[in-house]
Design a protein around this ligand. Structure first.
Ligand code: BES
Ligand code: MN
Ligand code: ZN
Length: 495
């Protein structure tokens, strides 16, 4: 598929389809107006006749308008206000237009959605990511009829001054789409295919493609480092655990890296605290923190961002077995703190805590862990917001700003010391569960104990990493949030 940034008047173009905006108040966008005067008001007439309302995302296809060089004109509603288009409306219009284009026999299209709520870099990258999302399918597991899409070229028109921003958006959007597609693939692949070894091999492939340094720790290495907590989760499975560190160095040599840590439980059965059977298949998605880290590393390397980023994937299975951990078992972490495992299903924090201790050796500028950590986070925030926790306000605010920019929502959650009460154990330094109240918070409180030596944030993506039901599938979130965060940070560093 070919993409290009273009400038110029709509009435002078001849593509198979032109996409132009209209508004609920009957007003036309500049491009729609130009085409309307070419065809003697047939666009206005369609609106007056009530064939399209202008509501955000409404569409109407007009064909062979007299004197218009483009074969088709796709009208798309941009919402109420013709003066200040809302980002939400613009995104809805863009998505609806792309959906319609994919269903048509149109080979190429020109989009004239130039009434932008944000800059052209944002608009263009959002467009590319949305198109990739609409076209995404998991390959390799069913005999699928080939979906024929005629569309092979998309030309995105921007104002004359926005060409450079538009080009930047192309590069960023393509990188993001590639990263998100990897994250979705890893999530959607079943656990008998996407094993810890498969995640490590995927990291190795990224290292090879982009010439990154990589280290892979095996079980014996973890034993030497004293990662008793991580090993206690891995031991019930015949799949060997892996701890992978990938180093992307796009920034200055002396700049400390941002370290991303991803939870990679390739299947979470619950262990001896076995989960109920219903919907258990979805626990193949319990590696989406790791999938996010690999997707971000791919996107960042593909975009060539001028920043140092280390991606760390900690991965194993959580299975019941004769040699699996049992409720009441006590393990010693790499940090020296002991943990009483009261529930083997609270395993994410058990593999993350040793990894958080381990990554201090990278002298991080900041550490951000990403994990499908708690069902309680879904109860708190549903499927809209990722749960954001941080021990530093500046880091939290940067992540919130990135979430807003990417429209990949996150909501900050509390870490009051009072919650620590819930993690007390009679027999060890800390228990691995804190009871029903504020379950997402106590999980984050647990992690925070192992992240005292650096600036740290935690993203609980239990509700946002994938969708259930008829549209079951990984979302690719929060790759956009993290890539925006890293992009903004790299810009700030330079200036
Ligand atoms: N991976 C799960 C969290 C999860 C559950 C994410 C459902 C998305 C959907 C995690 O390992 C887990 O099992 N957490 C337990 C913690 C509890 C035992 C304290 C949970 O949330 O029930
Ligand atoms: Mn679990
Ligand atoms: Zn889990």
């Amino acid at each position: 598929m070919e993409f290009s940034i273009k400038t110029g008047a709509a009435e002078k173009q001849s593509y198979s389809t032109a996409v132009v905006g209209i508004f609920e108040n009957g007003k036309l966008s500049a491009a729609a107006k130009a085409l309307d005067s070419q065809c003697n008001g047939l666009i206005k007439a369609a609106i007056t006749d009530g064939d399209i309302t202008g509501k955000a995302g409404s569409t109407l296809l007009l064909r062979h308008l007299p004197n218009v060089a483009c074969q088709r004109v796709l009208l798309v509603g941009l919402g109420a206000d013709s003066k200040a288009v809302e980002a939400k409306d613009w995104l809805e219009a863009m998505r609806a237009a792309l959906k319609t284009l994919l269903d048509l026999g149109s080979t190429d299209a020109a989009m004239f959605l130039t009434e932008l709520p944000e800059d052209a870099e944002w608009a263009v990258s959002q467009t590319l990511v949305t198109l990739a999302d609409l076209r995404y399918r998991l390959e390799g597991f069913k005999k699928q009829p080939e979906v024929k899409v005629a569309l092979n070229a998309l030309h995105l028109f921007v104002g004359k001054k926005a060409v450079e921003d538009g080009e930047a958006g192309l590069k960023l959007g393509q990188a993001l789409a590639a990263g998100m597609s990897l994250t979705k693939d890893l999530g959607n692949q079943p656990s008998n295919y996407c094993t810890p070894t498969h995640l490590a091999n995927t990291a190795q492939a990224i290292a090879d493609d982009y010439k990154l340094d990589i280290e892979v720790l095996e079980r014996a290495d973890m034993e030497k480092l004293g990662m008793g907590s991580l090993l206690s989760v891995a031991k019930g499975s015949i799949e060997p655990p892996k701890l992978v560190s990938l180093h992307y160095r796009g920034g200055n040599k002396k700049d400390k890296p941002v370290v991303l840590v991803g939870k990679g439980i390739t299947f979470d059965s619950g262990g001896i605290s076995l989960k109920p059977g219903e919907g258990m298949d979805e626990m193949k998605y319990d590696m989406l923190g790791a999938g996010t880290v690999l997707g971000v590393m791919k996107a960042v390397a593909e975009a060539g961002l001028p920043i140092n980023v280390t991606g760390v994937v900690v991965t194993c299975e959580n299975m019941p077995a004769g040699n699996a951990s049992k409720p009441g078992d006590i393990v010693t972490t790499m940090s020296g703190q002991t943990i009483e495992i009261l529930n083997t299903d609270a395993e994410g924090r058990l593999i993350l805590c040793d990894t958080l201790t381990y990554v201090a050796k990278f002298e991080p500028a900041a550490v951000i862990d990403i994990a499908t950590l708690t069902g309680a986070c879904i109860i708190a925030l549903g499927h809209v917001n990722t749960g954001l926790y941080a021990n530093d306000d500046a880091l939290a605010n940067d992540l919130l700003a990135a979430a807003q920019e990417a429209r990949d929502w996150a909501w900050r959650m509390p870490l009051n010391p009072e919650y620590d009460e819930q993690l007390k154990s009679n027999f060890a330094d800390i228990a691995n569960i804190g009871g029903r109240p504020a379950g997402s918070v106590t999980a984050a409180m647990f992690l925070q104990r192992f992240a005292k030596d650096y600036t740290w944030a935690h993203l609980d993506i239990a509700g946002t990493g994938w969708k259930s039901g008829a549209a079951k599938g990984a979302t690719g979130r929060p790759v956009p949030l993290l890539v925006s965060f890293l992009k903004n940070r790299s810009k700030r560093k330079k200036s």
